[in-house]
Write a protein that binds this ligand. Structure first.
Ligand SMILES: [Zn+2]
Length: 74
Protein backbone atom coordinates (compact mmCIF):
# COMPACT_ATOMS: atom_id res chain seq x y z
CA UNK A 1 0.00 0.00 0.00
CA UNK A 2 1.31 3.40 -0.86
CA UNK A 3 1.42 6.28 1.54
CA UNK A 4 -0.94 8.39 -0.45
CA UNK A 5 -3.55 8.96 2.17
CA UNK A 6 -2.03 11.08 4.84
CA UNK A 7 -3.36 13.19 7.60
CA UNK A 8 -2.15 16.73 7.74
CA UNK A 9 -3.45 18.51 10.75
CA UNK A 10 -1.52 21.65 9.96
CA UNK A 11 -2.60 22.15 6.40
CA UNK A 12 -6.12 20.82 6.56
CA UNK A 13 -9.15 22.46 8.02
CA UNK A 14 -10.71 21.45 11.27
CA UNK A 15 -9.59 18.51 13.35
CA UNK A 16 -7.97 15.30 12.11
CA UNK A 17 -8.67 15.90 8.47
CA UNK A 18 -7.59 13.29 5.98
CA UNK A 19 -6.23 14.64 2.74
CA UNK A 20 -5.05 12.86 -0.35
CA UNK A 21 -1.51 13.89 -1.03
CA UNK A 22 2.15 12.93 -0.98
CA UNK A 23 4.70 12.77 1.77
CA UNK A 24 8.45 12.75 1.45
CA UNK A 25 10.30 9.88 3.14
CA UNK A 26 13.36 12.06 3.60
CA UNK A 27 12.21 15.34 5.07
CA UNK A 28 8.67 14.29 6.08
CA UNK A 29 7.29 17.14 4.04
CA UNK A 30 3.69 16.51 3.01
CA UNK A 31 1.89 18.29 0.27
CA UNK A 32 -1.24 18.13 -1.81
CA UNK A 33 -0.63 18.07 -5.56
CA UNK A 34 -2.93 19.82 -7.97
CA UNK A 35 -3.37 16.49 -9.74
CA UNK A 36 -3.13 13.40 -7.51
CA UNK A 37 -2.26 11.19 -10.46
CA UNK A 38 0.72 13.37 -11.20
CA UNK A 39 3.65 12.07 -9.17
CA UNK A 40 6.54 14.52 -8.98
CA UNK A 41 10.08 13.33 -9.65
CA UNK A 42 11.53 15.17 -6.71
CA UNK A 43 10.31 16.40 -3.37
CA UNK A 44 9.33 20.07 -3.65
CA UNK A 45 10.99 20.82 -0.34
CA UNK A 46 14.25 18.89 -0.10
CA UNK A 47 14.50 18.20 -3.85
CA UNK A 48 15.28 14.55 -3.16
CA UNK A 49 14.52 12.18 -6.04
CA UNK A 50 14.16 9.41 -3.46
CA UNK A 51 11.24 10.97 -1.61
CA UNK A 52 8.96 8.09 -2.69
CA UNK A 53 11.12 5.39 -1.15
CA UNK A 54 11.83 4.67 2.49
CA UNK A 55 15.40 5.19 3.53
CA UNK A 56 17.32 1.93 3.26
CA UNK A 57 20.89 3.12 3.55
CA UNK A 58 22.11 4.73 6.70
CA UNK A 59 25.34 6.33 7.70
CA UNK A 60 27.40 4.76 10.47
CA UNK A 61 26.34 7.56 12.75
CA UNK A 62 22.66 6.87 12.13
CA UNK A 63 23.12 3.14 12.68
CA UNK A 64 24.82 3.80 15.99
CA UNK A 65 21.92 5.97 17.03
CA UNK A 66 19.39 3.27 16.11
CA UNK A 67 21.28 0.58 18.00
CA UNK A 68 21.42 2.79 21.04
CA UNK A 69 17.68 3.27 20.92
CA UNK A 70 17.14 -0.49 20.77
CA UNK A 71 19.40 -1.07 23.73
CA UNK A 72 17.75 1.54 25.86
CA UNK A 73 14.39 -0.13 25.32
CA UNK A 74 15.47 -3.28 27.15
ZN1 LIG B 1 11.58 16.01 1.04
Amino acid sequence: MEDRVISMKKEGFGVNVLILGHRCHRCKHAWVPRDISEIPEICPKCKSPYWKKPKTRFTKKELKKMNKKKESKK
